[in-house]
Design a protein around this ligand. Structure first.
Ligand code: NAD
Length: 493
């Protein structure tokens, strides 16, 4: 067991509106359940239309003053927030593991990536500059400036509840907007803890707010005339709905969807390294990652050797409770989701793929009721199979042999998704081809999980992303501001 403590308090999750904690008022809600132990950790009531109205109104009021404050003043609460996150990272980890199911190392790593975004947003005084030129025309100077737009919202998924809100929040407020987070209803306790820190960081009331809820709360936000823009991360069907609805209601929108990621392994690769990285990327966070490797396309000359290495690494994975230090694969978010992953494995078997490692029937001693699914490995997965095309979002890795890199790139480009892909190779020419031809937003060469640092945007193409400006980095500055241009001529006195 790690030093982290089991949660004991039964939390009634609260909204944070206008600098105050409030109970959401709709009659709907759901229990927050530890996916490994099945203990109830709390209850999240959903926000009604009037809860959302109030948050938007408070956000608009706060925007009036916040957007006019000197940029140096706006980043001071972010510095404080960063320190509070550092000081409380163990408590946040504790909550995250217990409501989500991932292991402690993954939870700490996730929070670290979130903190990175707070750090980057502290550079707004430089990043927000837009350029100027003296004497653009005779006696005329031209200057571009960025202005914030109002109240933004982010609607986030269950799989990175500590990190994904921070892809947006720091940039939205540093640029002078106010911000409302609607976290996943499946694991809302981390958001609650983040907002306890927000409460201490010194933001004026109404600048940063939290509303809990589900479908109805999201739709109220998407249609609300007081919302200037929407960031969404979640599954593709919902991402598409969010993109269309928010756009129809005249908002800026960036909407990140699901994934089906490929890894290509060539005969010139360091095979042991490639297998280790492929397996860890596939099974980390129980495969509940939009960057997980789902399908490995392996040059036929090394297919058997690579397959053996993958099987051995998969069989060495420890399935268990996330709080146990030795756990590799923790519990999946709900029993329904665990069943859906098992059903995908069954579908793969029915389709004729060869199941080399079967993770369907796994029991963890002491946590017999937990939503555990072990690692599965399929061989000889063809392009048309469901397990080759649909997002499984669980610890399932599909292997296929390909003639060469050209064939592998051609195959991955037929995917509906374009979130991430990796190539393991020792040949620069392969890497160059991959870089230029793979139609995917996050590309890695000899990197298992292509997760960009916070100062780069997080890519995504095709059904993995709807919009133009991505999360993180410089794209966030463009998303959260509008550019105005001043053209000045001053006659001599
Ligand atoms: P989800 O789409 O079920 O939920 C995401 C958010 O949308 C939640 O806040 C939820 O309350 C809300 N929501 C759910 N159904 C809705 C509906 N019908 N109408 C309006 N709002 C709705 O996603 P999830 O299961 O929480 O997260 C997993 C998915 O997120 C996976 O598909 C994964 O690939 C994707 N994801 C993508 C990225 C990325 O960067 N592209 C990152 C993380 C997760």
């Amino acid at each position: 067991m790690s030093d982290l403590q089991p949660l004991t308090e039964d939390e009634q999750v609260q909204n944070y509106v206008g600098g105050e904690w409030q109970s959401p008022t709709s009659e709907d809600g759901q229990a927050v359940v530890n996916p490994a132990t099945k203990e109830e950790l709390g209850y999240v009531a959903f926000s009604s239309e009037s809860d959302v109205d109030e948050a938007v109104e408070r956000g608009q009021e706060a925007f009036e003053d916040w957007s006019r404050r000197p940029v140096e003043d706006r980043i001071q609460p972010l510095f404080a927030f960063k320190q509070l996150l550092e000081d409380n990272i163990e408590e946040l980890t504790e909550v995250l593991v217990q409501e989500h199911g991932k292991n402690v190392h993954e939870a700490r790593g996730e929070l670290r990536r979130g903190i990175e975004n707070v750090e980057v947003a502290c550079g707004i005084p430089t990043m927000m500059q837009a350029g100027s030129i003296p004497n653009a025309a005779p006696n005329i100077d031209e200057t571009a400036v960025r202005r914030p737009l109002g109240v933004f919202t982010a609607i986030t998924p269950f799989n990175f509840p500590g990190m994904i809100p921070l892809w947006f929040l720091p940039y939205a407020v540093a640029t002078g907007n106010s911000f409302i987070l609607k976290p996943s209803e499946q694991d809302p306790l981390v958001a609650e803890k983040l907002f306890e820190l927000i409460d201490q960081a010194g933001f004026p009331d109404g600048v940063v707010q939290l509303v809990h809820g589900s479908v109805d709360t999201v739709n109220t936000l998407l249609e609300h005339e007081g919302i200037a823009g929407v960031s969404f991360v979640g599954s593709t069907p919902v991402a598409r709905h969010v993109y269309q609805t928010a756009a129809e209601h005249g908002k800026r929108v960036q909407s990140q969807g699901g994934a089906k990621n490929h890894v290509i392994v060539t005969e010139s690769a360091d095979l042991e390294f490639a297998a280790e990285k492929t397996v860890s990327s596939s099974y980390a966070c129980g495969g509940e990652r939009c960057l997980a490797n789902d399908v490995a396309l392996v040059e036929e000359s090394v297919y058997e050797e690579f397959t053996d290495l993958v099987v051995e690494a998969a069989e060495n994975q420890t399935v268990g409770y996330g709080l146990d230090e030795e756990t590799d694969i923790g519990a999946l978010i709900t029993p329904e989701h665990a069943d859906s992953v098992r059903n995908y494995v069954e579908t793969g078997v029915q389709e004729g793929a060869e199941l080399l490692v079967d993770g369907r029937d796994v029991t963890v001693e002491g946590y017999e009721d937990g939503n555990f699914v072990g690692p599965s490995v399929f061989a000889d997965v063809t392009e048309d199979m469901v397990i080759a095309r649909e997002e499984v979002f669980g610890p399932v890795l599909a292997l296929a042999s390909v003639e060469d890199v050209d064939a592998a790139i051609e195959r991955l480009n037929t995917s509906d998704f374009g979130n991430a892909a990796s190539l393991f190779t020792g040949r620069g020419a392969d890497a160059r081809k991959f870089r230029h031809e793979a139609d995917v937003g996050n590309l890695g060469v000899n990197v298992g999980t292509s997760a960009p640092m916070a100062f780069f945007h997080f890519g995504g193409r095709k059904d993995s992303f709807f919009g133009d400006l991505h999360a993180q980095g410089e794209d966030m500055i463009h998303f959260y501001t509008d550019k105005h241009v001043y053209i000045e001529r001053w006659p001599d006195a």
